[in-house]
Write a new protein. Structure first.
Ligand code: AHR
Length: 308
């Protein structure tokens, strides 16, 4: 005999999307644009609802954004802090609200490490050391003072503090190397040009090396050097950090001597971490990107591989 069974069809339960609030610090460089694109694309790919806010280089805007993410009760907050210090109160508010925080790209200086779950990004100290090591080799055997000018990134930011420290730590091995001028160009092309112009005016023929904390400032400085009538990469050795496609083209053209890589493509790793957090997994406190150093000899071969 055939028995008939009643089946109840339940309405399909819609999976709730994970909501991520991300506070980006600004849009100051090619690196930053690539970083933002990487985060947006990866969120789409992994079906994470992204609430994105641009802090326009102001800490107060980023703090406001984080407060609004807390009010919206997002599942996870991530942010790239414009400067290192001053985050403790707002991070405490997120912790009290039970919302985990991921720090990306730049570090925060907090006395209580439980205020964030993980920090993912580059090792800026090592980047500064790599720039210093390149210069030590490049200038080996050269006698007399080696006068270096430095274009620093945003004052008080982790990459500025650490790249400067790492670079100085290494170049002190050669007592002939002296940093004659060091100023902040805020990681932008326009300021890089403006400051380099001023540095050249007050002693252009006494500059042997430019250490620029990023590509954008280096490119701005190259314009200033050419307008001053000197040859970038020859009259002035240029070492930069980041490794975007346009800076690589400058290296192929012989105008930048060395680029220390800093990888902005953090999106996939960040979204993976968000998913893992939501699945209840514990993340390592520090996730570091592995990065290379490129010189003019490798520039043409590497150029097609650059992703931004
Ligand atoms: O924090 C990473 C730095 O910020 C990059 O080197 C720079 O280009 C960016 O603005």
């Amino acid at each position: 005999a055939v028995t008939s069974r009643m089946t109840t069809v339940l309405p399909e339960k819609k999976e709730q999307k994970i909501v991520l609030g991300f506070s980006q610090l600004g849009a100051e460089s090619a690196w930053r644009m690539a970083n933002t694109n990487s985060i947006m694309e990866a969120a789409k790919e992994l079906d994470i609802e992204l609430h994105f806010s641009d802090g326009q280089q102001k800490q107060e805007n980023q703090i406001k954004a984080i407060r609004s993410f807390i009010a919206q009760k997002v599942d996870v907050i991530a942010f790239s802090p414009v400067v290192e210090s001053g985050w403790e109160p707002v991070l405490k508010e997120a912790k009290d609200a039970g919302i985990p925080v991921i720090v990306t790209d730049r570090a925060v200086d907090v006395s209580d490490p439980s205020l964030y779950v993980t920090y993912m990004g580059s090792d800026f100290l090592e980047e500064g050391r790599k720039a210093g090591k390149y210069l030590l080799d490049k200038m080996a055997g050269r006698s007399g003072p080696i006068r270096i000018v430095e274009l620093q990134g945003t004052a008080g930011s982790a990459p500025t503090i650490d790249r400067k420290r790492g670079f100085e730590e290494i170049i002190q091995q050669n007592p002939d190397m002296v940093i004659t001028k060091s100023q902040t160009g805020d990681f932008t092309r326009a300021k890089g040009k403006e400051i380099m112009e001023a540095m050249l005016k007050s002693g252009g023929n006494h500059i042997d090396v430019l250490f620029s904390h990023n590509d954008d400032m280096a490119i701005g400085a190259i314009q200033a050097i050419e307008e001053f009538g000197l040859k970038p990469g020859k009259d002035i050795i240029i070492v930069s950090v980041d490794g975007g496609r346009s800076a690589f083209q400058y290296m192929v053209d012989g105008k930048i001597n060395c680029i220390v890589e800093c990888n902005p493509l953090l999106g996939p790793q960040l979204m993976q971490a968000v998913k893992e957090l939501e699945a209840g997994r514990i993340l390592p406190k520090r996730i570091v990107k592995s990065e290379g150093v490129f010189t003019q000899e490798m520039a043409a071969k590497e150029l097609p591989n650059r992703k931004y």
